[in-house]
Design a protein around this ligand. Structure first.
Ligand code: HEC
Length: 158
């Protein structure tokens, strides 16, 4: 499905307007906005060592990731723009990586066996930040802008 169709189907006017606002930034401002991490290489290394076995070296996820396995767990979804990682704000993403799917969904009252492990005992907060920055660096700029807006709303921005 194209990005345009997804946007038409699911997003509010604010989300549709945001990429246009970003286009109004000057080129250096836009570069600073999108490439503010010196950690991308570190993030790629952490991703390859910890995440690629399930989410794919190319971030494409596992086959048929939207269909539950026989045991009720779901395969690992993609982290590229075809997945739903970018539908979530940073706070939720960090939490999910740190505490794992079971803990986060359980707290939300969702009874669900999650195949997403907790990485809080293996990765530091800055490792998690670097891996998220790496994942984001693979998204097209309009998707990054939408996710940044969601993160701002999630963090309580006016
Ligand atoms: C053992 C396999 C496995 C490994 C390794 C793994 N994941 Fe996952 N992950 C999953 C599965 C399965 C899901 C699907 C949802 C669920 O069951 O919670 C998931 C879901 C997620 C989600 C929530 C869905 C989304 O796209 O927003 C995030 C974020 C995530 N993983 C990030 C990571 C990161 C970052 C790493 C490496 C540090 C990692 N995962 C390593 C299996 C894995």
């Amino acid at each position: 499905m194209t990005i345009a169709k997804r946007r038409a189907g699911r997003f509010s006017a604010v989300e549709v307007a945001l990429p246009a606002v970003v286009l109004l930034l000057s080129a250096p401002q836009a570069r600073a906005f999108f490439h503010n991490s010196p950690d991308l290489e570190q993030g790629r290394v952490i991703y390859t060592a910890n995440c690629a076995s399930c989410h794919g070296a190319d971030l494409a996820g596992q086959p048929d990731w939207q269909t539950a396995d026989a045991d009720g767990t779901y395969p690992a979804p993609p982290h590229d723009a075809s997945g739903h990682t970018w539908h979530h704000g940073d706070i939720m993403l960090r939490d999910y990586i740190k505490r794992g799917g079971q803990a986060v969904l359980g707290e939300m009252g969702v009874a669900y066996a999650s195949g997403m492990p907790a990485f809080g005992d293996r990765l530091t907060d800055s490792d998690i930040e670097a891996v998220l920055d790496y994942i984001k660096s693979t998204w097209p700029e309009d998707i990054r802008a939408i996710q940044a807006e969601r993160s701002a709303i999630e963090a309580g921005a006016p």
